[in-house]
Design a protein around this ligand. Sequence first.
Ligand SMILES: C[S@@+](CC[C@H](N)C(=O)[O-])C[C@H]1O[C@@H](n2cnc3c(N)ncnc32)[C@H](O)[C@@H]1O
Length: 250
Amino acid sequence: MSPTSSQSKPSRPSKRAAFDAETADGPERKLYGRRRSHKLRSGRAELMRERLRGLAVLPEGGGSPDLAALFGDRTEYWLEIGFGGGEHLARQAGNNPDVGVIGCEHYIDGVAKLLSAIDSEALENVRVHPHDARDVMDALPDGCLSRVFLLYPDPWPKTRHHKRRFMCADNLNALARLMRPGAELRVASDIPDYIRHSLQYALSHPAFYWTAARSADWLEPWADWPGTRYEAKALSEGRRPAYLTFQRRA
Ligand SMILES: C[S@@+](CC[C@H](N)C(=O)[O-])C[C@H]1O[C@@H](n2cnc3c(N)ncnc32)[C@H](O)[C@@H]1O
């Protein structure tokens, strides 16, 4: 399939349903990958119930999030898609208290870990969508994001599963709408085929260009990079990651 062609979409709900913070269930749209590995420990389940509603990104009745209401005086917003256990997100939020950071993760155990970090590190600039990042991407206003992280996305190595990869024409179109001119899309992966796939899709999208001028620009991590859990696993297993930065054209 050509990178610029629209991929066949899973069926979407006609109207976006409200997210249920009690069960962490969201509107139905096909999302592959595991949702939970085991029942949450009772302390974590309680934390989920208490905290998720207050940290919600999407308004209960639907519509676009009011970012000023969510983040107060902050005027810069970042989005992390698939934050895993939230280690990178928590560190970035802690190091950048003037930025409002929106995290989306479909794996509930990972969401619970981030909630613990938000509490233990007293992070006030994080909001969490415990489900499909595409729900948030549909709802956010145009040009609101200045940075987006897609770190070690699920590689879906089988050819017949490539259409599940997050880097695809539809998601790049959505990000092109959301990212302000000059905004940065950071993509890290340790899977050579996913790195090629990301370059293929982003480079053929008219709204993005790859900022790398020399090999160190993509072989070395970003200066403010705290690492991620998946990266640690990749490095320990001898895989070399790539760190791709794409910029939103003006
Ligand atoms: C391979 S893990 C990487 C996690 C983390 N970024 C890291 O580097 O440690 C990919 C994560 O993306 C999440 N994910 C995949 N598609 C998603 C989507 N559409 N919305 C939210 N999370 C998603 C998965 O649940 C999984 O936890």
